[in-house]
Design a protein around this ligand. Structure first.
Ligand code: HEM
Length: 132
């Protein structure tokens, strides 16, 4: 049974994810959080990347609603030291950039919405991070 928190997150994502500018703003913010992170995306097709992230966040949201973690384990593998080699410390910056972008784009944003996001998607993020 999806929790009330995950309902909040599902609805919040519904309000922001159809606006392509949401993903543009997220990556601008995330890349500006560190020159090392910015460098990681230097040769990446960002149009395609934004599209992939739309689905990646959906996987985190669906995991919070009880879906199996198969897709997140694939992301854990691709982001591991033998894959994209993503430093585990960077996920905190990723989550902060996400919440700040939601704050800007979700007209119904509140502290409760932000808290629901952090609580709901943290377990999924930990699956990806812990695969390092
Ligand atoms: C929980 C948070 C994250 C999610 C949901 C996520 C999602 C994704 C997805 C769906 C892809 C494309 C598929 C794949 O390569 O497996 C991807 C690729 C990638 N991600 Fe992440 N990611 C996250 C965190 C991060 C962080 C913290 C970084 C740090 C820089 C990062 C850097 C990259 C890079 C460099 C690629 C490959 C781009 C390319 O070469 O085409 N990701 N991510």
């Amino acid at each position: 049974m999806p929790s009330r928190e995950s309902d909040r997150v599902f609805q919040s994502y519904g309000r922001v994810c159809n606006n392509p500018q949401f993903f543009v703003d997220f990556y601008d913010r995330f890349m500006n959080s560190s020159p090392t992170i910015k460098a990681r995306f230097a040769d990446v097709d960002m149009k395609q990347q934004r599209h992939l992230l739309r689905n990646g966040i959906m996987q985190l949201v669906l995991h919070a609603r009880g879906m199996a973690d198969t897709k997140l384990r694939d992301l854990a593998k691709s982001h591991s030291r033998t894959g994209h080699d993503i430093d585990p410390a960077w996920y905190d910056l990723w989550l902060d950039a996400l919440i700040a972008t939601i704050r800007y784009h979700d007209p119904e944003y509140s502290d409760e919405v932000a808290h629901a996001w952090r609580t709901a998607i943290m377990p999924g993020i930990e699956i990806i991070r812990s695969g390092y």
